[in-house]
Design a protein around this ligand. Structure first.
Ligand code: AMP
Length: 432
């Protein structure tokens, strides 16, 4: 076959059924969990003034290298959102809400990254954020929301299973705790500069914290030996972190303390966390993460309200589900296939009537033979075929045939019933 003139751009994909059905079920389950926890949905714009995102910190890759930004026809600097948190904070600053404001979202994010399995330029996230409270119980509530949701799709925070996700937890302390820690980090890396990768040496000049985020093998040893933040955090931040750990233990949500977990964006304070799927390769095993961002709303011109939230990557979580053989795509077969050989409008009308009765119904087109239509009915996976030929049309009836593959074909019932009374018996055939 000739290659079509256009292909989806690098790092983007077409999602087709049944993957889209699975995607919809995934997001519906997230919406349900979020609603159970009292979160209302936000649908922010897909693009913003680029400044909303550049505030996230020039030293992070997401901002410095991966931002999809451009000038629009009005001369504005615009960026496609690389994540949702900044948009949620901007939205809060613009449309003040009662606090704590609990909101969730679903949608695409865009990052000009090197495409590979589990890493795309357009990818989807679900997430939740709470603005306006310092209470660490909200950190716990958010982690619990993510964990309960993972459970619903068949993953588990219990360790040692093929479908495990590991919850890694850290506290980055408060902004005031940062300078002493940064100085300690700076002198640790400076003293060993020769052993640091070239990229990390550059990052060090911008923000030593980001060096901890390096996944480069050359840096691994130095990163592992770096001073840890928990030795530098204030009593208050320390107490909040204790509360988070106690709360997770009370809810039976296992976690691992990861003292060097800093995450990819600069705005995090206090609690930070990440979920890593056991079934995925280490480079792309982060299926979700989040934390506190107590200065971000103020940075975006809003009131000085704290915030905490998380985002889960849909594409990557589904890959983890594939690898763990959980959360298969839902069955998308129709219930009924309508077979009509009258050449009249019977097939059309019966299909419409059954759809209006709430059934999933499809039919053959192009005036195919009875045999070809029955073949299509079989292939469709429909549990019932409704057949109308000249005899049925003349008598005002339809023939109903069970197609269920769990029965022998000779004991699959077929009967003729009045067309005006067909819905009840058809529904009965569809019962499990
Ligand atoms: P982050 O804001 O980088 O922590 O992203 C949150 C989650 O989104 C990650 O844990 C991933 O599951 C997912 N994610 C981030 N970047 C990508 C990408 N380029 N492609 C696919 N998923 C991604």
């Amino acid at each position: 076959m000739a290659r079509p003139s256009f292909q989806a751009a690098p790092g983007t994909r077409d999602l087709l059924s049944p993957d889209t059905d699975r995607w919809r079920l995934f997001t519906a389950l997230f919406a349900e969990e979020a609603a159970r926890a009292g979160f209302g949905q936000i649908v922010p714009p897909m693009f913003e003034d680029a400044g909303v995102f550049t505030r996230l910190g020039e030293a992070s890759d997401v901002v410095s290298k991966e931002l999809y930004d451009f000038e629009d026809k009005g001369g504005r600097r615009i960026a496609l959102r690389p994540e949702f948190t900044a948009s949620v904070c901007r939205a809060y600053a613009q449309n003040r809400q009662l606090t704590p404001w609990k909101t969730w979202y679903v949608g695409s994010a865009f990052r000009y990254d090197k495409p590979q399995k589990g890493r795309y330029r357009q990818f989807d996230q679900v997430g939740a954020e709470v603005i306006g409270s310092h209470d660490p119980d909200l950190d716990i509530e958010l982690i619990a929301l993510a964990s309960r949701f993972y459970e619903r799709v068949g993953l588990t925070t219990t360790q040692g299973q093929p479908n495990s996700v590991t919850l890694m937890l850290n506290s980055l302390g408060d902004k005031a705790d940062r300078p002493a820690y940064l100085a300690a980090l700076q002198s640790h890396f400076q003293a060993n500069l020769g052993e640091l990768s070239e990229q990390s040496a550059k990052t060090l000049e911008l923000n030593p914290l980001r060096v901890l985020d390096s996944k480069r093998r050359e840096d691994a040893e130095l990163v592992a030996a770096a001073p840890i933040l928990s030795d530098f955090i204030s009593d208050e931040a320390g107490a909040a972190f204790e509360r988070v750990q106690a709360g997770l233990a009370a809810l039976n949500i296992p976690f691992t303390i990861a003292p060097r977990l800093v995450r990819g964006l600069d705005y995090y304070t206090r609690t930070t966390f990440e979920f890593a799927a056991t079934s995925l390769d280490a480079a792309q095993n982060a299926v979700g993460g989040g934390g506190r961002y107590d200065g971000l709303v103020a940075d975006l011109g809003g009131p000085d309200e704290p915030g905490v939230g998380f985002a889960l990557g849909i594409d990557r979580t589904l890959l983890a589900c594939d690898e763990a053989s959980v959360f298969a795509a839902p069955d998308t077969a129709v219930d009924v296939w309508v077979v009509s050989t009258t050449g009249d409008l019977d097939g059309l009308a019966i299909t419409d009537e059954l759809r209006r009765a709430g059934l999933r119904v499809d039919r053959s087109f192009d005036h195919r033979s009875m045999k070809a239509q029955m073949k299509a009915a079989n292939r469709s996976g429909a549990a019932v075929a409704v057949i109308v030929g000249d005899d049925e049309a003349a008598a005002g009836t339809v023939s109903v045939r069970s197609m269920r593959s769990d029965r022998q074909s000779d004991d699959r019932p077929q009967f003729e019933i009045s067309r005006s009374e067909m819905v009840g018996p058809i529904k009965e055939l569809l019962l499990p």
